[in-house]
Design a protein around this ligand. Structure first.
Ligand SMILES: Nc1ncnc2c1ncn2[C@@H]1O[C@H](COP(=O)(O)OP(=O)(O)OP(=O)(O)O)[C@@H](O)[C@H]1O
Ligand SMILES: Cc1ncc(C[n+]2csc(CCOP(=O)(O)O)c2C)c(N)n1
Ligand SMILES: [Mg+2]
Ligand SMILES: [Mg+2]
Ligand SMILES: [Mg+2]
Length: 323
């Protein structure tokens, strides 16, 4: 017997997250009823993923469930917010139990890892598309915004950049990778790890922060615009995996780390006087980070090589319109 819409919701999504005491009423009524903690700000964000646009059609459903949640937790991380609740709006071409089981499993595993409750959503038929809205908490005055970078601040990036873009090149047949390297970069594309702990550790230390979804050049560009500043990036300092480092020229030079996107790492700025504090806080959070540049008063992004040559970062980055 075919699964009805309400059986589908009850079976796969009524418990696809962590239980939380601040959820007075979760999945099943016209609204969820939630208890925001007294004295904290609610941080709220949403991102959509569309088949063939945000993920290759062949993406496994468990990976899609993970990634749709991960990209939203990444935005909470970028603000220094502590994740709490999420909603899930799903548009599905068909109600396939095996697909739903795997999708809900990937979603629930990451939700439980971060103590996040799935409190509601929507289910419709149509071309595959997944929208998550994530809610988190941050004390007043402690959110990491895009607008606080000042000349002299140091620019940092967590983890490594460009592997997700390399995976897309390989999946399109534009570059050949040995099996283990392909598996490693596909893991970065399909199962990004949102830097929630790093965002929390940077509260009260970073002067600005953003998560890297469209590419470092574009996303650092948002910090620069919001802060009314510019920056110089030292390309040789950009953190890349051994897999990407071994074939950087074949993969388009610095274009993947600068503009490949889908990295879900954090780019943040720190006043020079707080460099040690920032590096210790991130180390304690178990998050690698590299100092890649400096904020300057002159607007624009300048990318330089150790020889002093300038490289054009272009307008770069992932955009749905224009560009
Ligand atoms: N249709 C819209 N209506 C209102 N606000 C929007 C709309 N689309 C985007 N925004 C807002 O514009 C800002 C930038 O959105 P954007 O989606 O670029 O950020 P992001 O989620 O950090 O990046 P990405 O989508 O690449 O992960 C955010 O504050 C977002 O809430
Ligand atoms: C099939 C396929 N084509 C391209 C990409 C790359 N990509 C898609 S969306 C995005 C940035 C974030 O999007 P948004 O700004 O909408 O949140 C990036 C880097 C992909 N992952 N899969
Ligand atoms: Mg967005
Ligand atoms: Mg973001
Ligand atoms: Mg986002």
């Amino acid at each position: 017997m075919a699964l009805s819409e309400f059986e589908l919701i009850a079976r796969y999504f009524s418990h696809a997250g962590a239980p939380r005491e601040d959820v007075a009423l979760g999945v099943g009524d016209d609204c969820a009823l939630l208890r925001p903690p007294a004295g904290q700000l609610l941080a709220l964000t949403t991102d959509t993923m569309v088949d063939g646009v945000h993920f290759p059609h062949a993406t496994r459903p468990g990976d899609l469930g993970h990634k749709a949640l991960a990209v939203n937790l990444s935005d909470l991380a970028a603000m220094g917010a502590e994740p709490a609740w999420v909603t899930l709006a799903l548009t599905l071409p068909a109600a396939d139990p095996a697909w739903l089981e795997a999708f809900a499993g990937g979603f629930a595993a990451l939700a439980r890892e971060h103590g996040v409750a799935l409190v509601g959503g929507d289910t419709t038929r149509g071309p595959l598309s997944v929208t998550v809205q994530a809610h988190g908490f941050v004390p007043p005055g402690q959110a990491l915004t895009r607008g606080g970078a000042r000349p002299g601040d140091l620019v940092y990036v967590t983890g490594t950049l460009g592997d997700a873009g390399l995976a897309l090149l390989a999946l399109r047949g534009e570059i050949r990778l040995p099996g283990p390297d392909l598996a490693a970069v596909r893991e970065r594309l399909d199962r990004p790890r949102p830097r929630v702990g790093a965002g929390l550790a940077l509260r009260g230390i970073a002067s600005a922060c953003i998560d890297i979804s469209d590419g470092l050049a574009a996303d650092l560009g948002h910090i620069l615009e919001a802060s009314g500043a510019g920056a110089t990036l030292h390309l040789e300092r950009l953190p890349v995996s051994a897999t990407l480092a071994a074939r950087l020229a074949a993969a388009g030079g610095w274009s993947l780390p600068l503009s490949g996107g889908d990295d879900y790492e954090l780019c943040f700025t720190v006043p020079a006087a707080r460099q040690g504090e920032a590096e210790r806080a991130l180390a304690a959070a178990g998050c690698p980070a590299d100092r890649v540049g400096v904020i300057e008063a002159a607007p624009g992004l300048r990318c330089v090589t150790p020889e002093g040559d300038s490289v054009d970062a272009g307008r770069g980055g992932w955009q749905h319109f224009g560009g």
